[in-house]
Ligand binder design. Structure first.
Ligand SMILES: NC(=O)C1=CN([C@@H]2O[C@H](COP(=O)(O)OP(=O)(O)OC[C@H]3O[C@@H](n4cnc5c(N)ncnc54)[C@H](O)[C@@H]3O)[C@@H](O)[C@H]2O)C=CC1
Ligand SMILES: O=C(O)C(=O)CO
Length: 302
């Protein structure tokens, strides 16, 4: 079973699965021989240069197992007869932890105090606080649930939104009415045609004065120009792990917008997620070889 994997550590973890023949292919290695015989592809964290062209040449492909929860580089280009599975779950702890840290950093003004420290200034003033606030999770799925568990103890009210309503979770249609109630809005929706630019001027305009937008999902979810314009009024603040584009180029207006805290898409990728990714890949390939049902299959309704 010809399998392309993103690193020697993935090849190593699969080495005791009989019949699995691994070749390493990632953004910095040349494409190995025999693309038309590849049955299973585990693409790297950073997509290879031409994902659609690569998939089109994989005429024997049956399974793409991503190492990310996001599948937007692959989903629109999947060949008929091949299954796409994501890494739902493996980045939950890191991403949820980042979201808690980011909202506290912004509310308690840690970046501003760090600047004052570098200047040697004692800038005593009161800040906002997470306690007694309302945290709206837009895209309450695997990471959203992990975030909610971590918010227990912070004495906040959590409001949940998903694509469709279920018990305790509001549907997307209710979002406009919920936005003005939230002190912190955390984006955790996948990047899909439906979520592209969902955080536009109207969305931001409905947010409460002084509220914080936390984006741990994808940059494509936010209309960057609208966000920059809103940040410049000083009415909202933001914490962004993801931006459009990525990397954010030098001189981009987001870098210098007031009230924004930016990290370079580091929330989910941690030593914990690396260990969990290896376990997931091994379990999935074992199931695939045994003809068993796979986890995390991306269905048409994803
Ligand atoms: N910053 C980082 O390092 C990381 C970012 N991510 C991003 O987080 C996303 C979410 O990951 P998971 O929680 O594993 O996904 P999930 O599939 O478990 O949950 C996604 C949630 O979004 C909801 N949703 C989908 N479309 C929606 C819409 N149009 N409006 C409102 N809700 C909608 C779904 O109903 C579901 O509740 C990933 O797709 C990925 O893009 C994931 C891991 C790490
Ligand atoms: O899993 C994902 O989608 C990520 O963004 C991890 O970096």
């Amino acid at each position: 079973m010809k399998t392309w994997v993103p690193s020697a550590s993935v090849a190593e973890v699969l080495s005791d699965l009989p019949g699995v023949e691994c070749a390493v292919y990632n953004s910095s290695t040349p494409m190995p021989e025999g693309i038309e015989e590849v049955e299973v592809w585990v693409p790297p964290l950073m997509p290879v240069p031409d994902v659609p062209g690569t998939l089109a040449k994989m005429t024997s492909l049956r399974l793409v197992q991503t190492v990310t929860a996001g599948v937007e580089p692959y989903r629109p280009h999947m060949p008929a007869g091949a299954v796409l599975c994501n890494a739902r779950g493996v980045h939950d702890a890191g991403t949820a932890e980042w979201a808690v840290g980011a909202m506290i950093a912004v509310l308690r003004e840690f970046p501003g105090f760090a600047d004052a420290q570098r200047r040697g200034e004692w800038t005593y003033h009161h800040t906002a606080v997470l306690a007694d606030s309302t945290v709206l999770i837009v895209g309450h799925g695997s990471i959203g649930a992990a975030l909610e568990r971590r918010l227990e103890g912070f004495e906040v009210e959590v409001v949940r939104v998903a694509r469709t309503a279920r018990e305790g979770v509001h549907g997307l249609a209710e979002l406009p009415a919920l936005l003005p109630q939230a002190d912190v809005v955390v984006l955790l929706v996948p990047s899909t045609p439906e979520t592209a630019g969902m955080v536009d001027a109207a969305f931001l305009g409905r947010m409460r004065d002084g509220a914080v937008l936390v984006n741990a999902a994808r940059g494509s979810v936010v209309d960057t120009d609208a966000l920059v314009a809103e940040l410049r009024t000083g009415r909202l603040r933001a914490a962004l792990d993801v931006t459009a584009p990525e990397p954010l180029p030098e001189g981009h207006p987001l870098w210098s917008a007031p009230g924004v805290f930016i990290t370079p898409h580091v929330a989910g990728s941690t030593p914990a997620s690396e260990r969990r990714t290896l376990r997931l890949i091994k379990a999935q390939l074992s199931r695939y070889r045994a003809g068993e049902d796979l986890d995390n299959v991306i269905t048409a309704s994803y």
